[in-house]
Design a protein around this ligand. Sequence first.
Ligand code: SAM
Length: 288
Amino acid sequence: MIENKLTPKITDDGSYTFFSDEFEELFHSHSGAKQEAQYKFIEPCQIKEKITIKNTIKILDVCYGLGYNTATCLETIWAINPNIKIELFALENDINVPLQAIDANLLNNFSPSVIDVLTSLANNYKIETKIFKGQLLQGDARQTIQTVINQNFQADAIFLDPFSPPKCPQLWTVEFIKLVSQCLGKEGYLATYSCAASVRTALQLTGLKIGATRSIGRRSPGTLANWNSNNLSPLSQQETEHLQTRAAIPYRDPTLKDTAQSIKKRRQKEQDCSSLEPSSHWKKRWFN
Ligand SMILES: C[S@@+](CC[C@H](N)C(=O)[O-])C[C@H]1O[C@@H](n2cnc3c(N)ncnc32)[C@H](O)[C@@H]1O
């Protein structure tokens, strides 16, 4: 029996997503679930370019959800080289999400080989063929990430796709991002849709270099990170100044066990005693 039946919602590019009652947020932007996977994750991580220089592509999909980021990545790779080896770790708390996406045929516009992988991952958690090795780790990503670290997995691409920082601060903290960054290979890229100053600061505090991903239409840019700053588009003056305001104070979760509420409270306290410029002043300078 399926608990908490999720209702599919169509997005502007014709692809479907879900709405989360728990997080009070859509799983993707209104402008398009499929588009978001392509432009915020797959293109920035330069998956196509990696295919030409690597024998095995290693992917870490943090917050697998319906599986769009993994699906788009596999589709992109297999369209160019169906024989290249792929290793995947996917982290997801709620197995109902990928299961219901498959049951409702929401990802049917992907090719059959991609749908087969998504179906196996959702039903069996594990899949291993000659060219594909994938594992879906169910549970709180703050704990399951340890399995990925223990295997010394060094990803070519990490997709960091939790709900927004105010709704799911647990997965945007300095401590969690530090663990995720341990799984990023020397030449790998970490992409996220978020351009929040707190997220960018957390990435920088782990030692990563950051750049902006392109914004589509009127949507804000996302963030791309790596170790060596190669191929990163520099932040604009406006974005750089944002990182000097109180909005840039990151979320913290020293024990990796706190509730969203206490993580938010901790940050609020730090913001209240901060001598940094309030972000309302920055907004006034740039948007009035
Ligand atoms: C914005 S959605 C991800 C969308 C997904 N990447 C896709 O392409 O469909 C966020 C996902 O994070 C999952 N999630 C929320 N809290 C989590 C946690 N602590 N650990 C792991 N996953 C979590 C939710 O169940 C949801 O599927």
